[in-house]
Design a binder for this molecule. Structure first.
Ligand code: GDP
Ligand code: IMO
Ligand code: MG
Length: 429
């Protein structure tokens, strides 16, 4: 058995796509297990940049099997667009490179209308969702009103399900959000067409994974979002609507928990957040802007500027515990070049008391005062470093401080967006 889960440890956009693309060079199967096209994962190889939202980040390797697991919510139009875009650029040559779970839930047009309609009505108290219909799709899954990928292959029962769902949804669309109601037949016809186009990919992916894992294939599980956006363990309610933590790789891919061997958490060398919600180490000053500019911190999905701040080890250690991290992939070290001192948050103060955990209550989280350790910066560019010893001493100290504060080895250091700008310190399998 050779399995590795890769998850985000902060608020998403840690560089999971880059890390999964790099590690796919040593894997045979890559599986997405939660989230949807709220994700934007950036891959950069030989100067070409590719952003994937639904298709797993292993897609640039023609011999690797990519799987979209049952825990993902799928917008078929986005998936088809992504497939066509990759094809037009000479990638994803064979349909057999991608399998989609017949149990994965489908994002319907009404989910997007509801997601955006709610955000509009929440003016001033928005979650800042990506507006892609993610929350409403997971709601329908939980309320047993959802449409699954397998349903797209059965036109008549699909029509019945969509008609039933729209009875409720159209009421909301019309009377709550003031929008035009949807026609069940039009929606069904469109989704039957998506089903026809995606049919070669749709199957029971849990069975495929079972035989691949038992057969000794190296399998990478690709997380989306970050642990602080987890529906249970994140900064609720400013979170996404799925479990992001490594435990959900099991449910969301349809494999047993005993099939998971290792878990690497992707840690960005500083913190970023898109959307609303508490962010104790946020830098609302020119340094925050400098980091945003140097790190190109703009959303890969919505293009929104990302809020930037210092690395927060309370957050990272929350992720270490919840995900059972066996390794840390530390990204964007190159962005910190030229910044000195560098601050690392090691705890919070609240009502005069020192704490080193994330409060569950959102109001408490918003008023914690971060306590920092100060580290010396470095001026040398890191983009050409290819071994740990190539890094300047203060950068090595930064890495070792993170290891010391988390108790987890930094198994990979990333010094640029490209696949080759990486220092792999431990084999992933
Ligand atoms: P993901 O959602 O976790 O896959 O991350 P995103 O792709 O949304 O955002 C990460 C951004 O940082 C992308 O633009 C990557 O190309 C870029 N990136 C990843 N690793 C590094 C790194 O080590 N250095 C720099 N400068 N950029 C990186
Ligand atoms: P990747 O995989 C960063 C954030 C949104 C919003 C909240 C809820 O690229 O790291 P949703 O549309 O999921 O209901 O929005 O979650 N969010 C992300 N932030 N990276 C992501 O994915 C995100 N996916 C969702 O900005 O605050
Ligand atoms: Mg992203």
């Amino acid at each position: 058995m050779s399995t590795l889960v890769v998850v985000g440890t902060q608020w998403g956009d840690e560089g999971k796509g880059k890390i999964v693309d790099l590690l796919t060079g040593r894997a045979e199967v890559v599986v997405r297990f939660q989230g949807g096209n709220n994700a934007g994962h950036t891959l950069k190889v030989s100067g070409e940049q590719v952003i994937v939202h639904l298709i797993p980040s292993g897609i640039l390797y023609p011999e690797t099997l990519n799987i979209i697991g049952n825990g993902v919510v799928i917008d078929p139009s986005v998936l088809l667009e992504e497939k066509n875009e990759l094809r037009s650029r000479g990638h994803f040559p064979k349909d057999s490179q991608l399998l989609i779970s017949d149990r994965a839930h489908v994002i319907m047009p009404y989910h997007k209308i509801i997601d955006q309609g709610r955000e509009d009505l929440l003016a001033g108290k928005k979650i800042g969702t990506t507006g892609r219909g993610i929350g409403p799709a997971y709601e329908d899954k939980a309320s047993r009103m959802g449409i699954r990928m397998g349903d797209l292959l059965r036109p008549e029962s699909l029509r019945t399900k969509i008609t039933a769902s729209l009875e409720e949804k159209n009421f909301l669309i019309q009377h709550r959000f003031g929008k035009t109601p949807l026609d069940a037949n039009e929606v069904t016809d469109q989704y039957v067409m998506f089903g026809r186009q995606l049919e070669p990919h749709i199957t029971d992916t849990s069975q495929v994974l079972y035989s691949r894992i038992n057969g000794g294939s190296k399998v990478l599980f690709e997380g989306a979002q970050g642990t602080l956006l987890d529906i249970d363990h994140g900064t609720y309610p400013f979170v996404t609507s799925s479990n992001v933590v490594s435990g959900n790789a099991s449910c969301g891919a349809g494999v047993s928990p005993t099939s998971i061997e290792r878990v690497w958490g992707v840690v960005k060398a500083y913190s970023t957040r898109v959307g609303e919600g508490g962010f104790p180490t946020e830098l609302k000053n020119s340094l925050g802007e400098e980091i945003r500019a140097k790190g190109a911190e703009y959303g890969a999905t919505t293009g929104r500027p990302r809020r930037c701040g210092w690395l927060d080890m309370v957050i990272v250690n929350h992720s270490v515990r919840l995900n059972g991290l066996t390794g840390i992939a530390l990204t964007k070290m190159d962005v910190l070049t030229g910044i000195s001192p560098i601050l690392v948050c090691t705890g919070y103060e609240i009502d005069g008391t020192f704490i080193d955990r994330v409060p569950a209550n959102v109001e408490d989280f918003e008023r914690v005062i971060p306590r920092y350790r100060e580290l010396k910066g470095w001026n040398e560019p890191l983009e050409q470093c290819r071994s740990f010893d190539d890094l300047p001493k203060n950068a090595r100290d930064y890495v070792e401080t993170i290891e010391h504060l988390s108790g987890v080895p930094v198994t990979l250091v990333s010094v640029g967006p490209s696949r080759d700008q990486s220092i792999l310190r431990q084999s992933p399998f």
